[in-house]
Design a protein around this ligand. Structure first.
Ligand SMILES: [Fe+2]
Length: 264
């Protein structure tokens, strides 16, 4: 693909996302949050692809997949007024359908269209599905890393902002109580992803987000995570108990080892 294709896609995305603005300030805050998220995931994807999967074409494909990864969010919000897939629709699958139906990617090679659409469709799957084509796996891992890095930023800001300033569709509606579940905490020690279905409180949700480090794929993603101090920012809003500190130490050790920043 050419960089002029990407310019056309960016213009399409801007026009498309703007059609979801309403005269309701709350709706617009939620829509704008996804527009800003998209642009920062694009930046992350370019940074990671530039380091890990270089080549002009690869970087263009990565940026296009990032541009469209959440394209399903707008129609999801318009219909259901939420970003929670479990009570509405799978926004990855919806995004892939929109790209196919509207033939947004028609100007680029067919196999590139498929790479981009598959990445959009599965970017939010619990785990990366298996693909015969290794390129599919690479781009999917790349966008999932780029996406997580920005989701951590959104939540670090969200947990610290006064309630009136929070975009309403961000939270999962879990109760903000002082307790947390041992099952979720234990995932941090086991170095595995925590499941949505085990979450009972907002603290569980924060712990689950910390467990996402175990799903990051690229060294450069770990570096960006460490540089931006996001783990510590989210952790600072958790109860300061000894067992949380212990689990956090495991997470931080994992990040510093994977980023290659650990001193021996
Ligand atoms: Fe998404």
């Amino acid at each position: 693909m050419q960089s002029s294709d990407l310019d056309t896609f960016k213009a399409w995305f801007t026009g498309y996302s703007q059609t979801f603005h309403t005269d309701d300030a709350e709706d617009n805050k939620n829509i704008d949050l996804k527009v800003r998220h998209t642009s920062l995931v694009r930046e992350n994807a370019v940074l990671i692809a530039g380091e890990e999967h270089p080549g002009d074409n690869n970087v263009l494909i990565a940026e296009t997949a990032a541009l469209f990864h959440d394209v399903g969010r707008f129609a999801q919000y318009a219909t259901y007024k939420t970003f929670r897939d479990n009570i509405s629709v799978n926004h990855g699958r919806l995004g892939a359908e929109i790209l196919r139906e509207k033939e947004v990617l028609a100007s680029v090679a067919l196999h590139e269209q498929e790479l981009i659409i598959n990445t959009v469709q599965f970017h939010n799957a619990f785990q990366v599905p298996s693909f015969e084509d290794q390129q599919n796996v690479l781009f999917l891992q790349l966008i999932r890393d780029a996406d997580k890095l920005d989701i951590w930023r959104i939540f670090a800001e969200y947990y610290e902002s006064p309630e009136y300033d929070q975009a309403s569709a961000v939270g999962l509606g879990l109760p903000d109580r002082p307790d947390y579940s041992q099952k979720v905490l234990s995932c941090l020690h086991k170095e595995i992803l925590a499941s949505l279905s085990d979450l009972k409180t907002l603290n569980d949700f924060k712990l689950m987000q910390l467990s996402w480090v175990y799903d990051l794929s690229f060294r450069h993603s770990f570096r960006l995570l460490a540089e931006r101090n996001l783990i510590r920012e989210i952790a600072s809003t958790l109860p300061q108990t000894e067992e949380i500190a212990g689990a956090l130490a495991v997470v931080e050790e994992f990040v510093s080892e994977k980023s290659g920043l650990k001193r021996h």
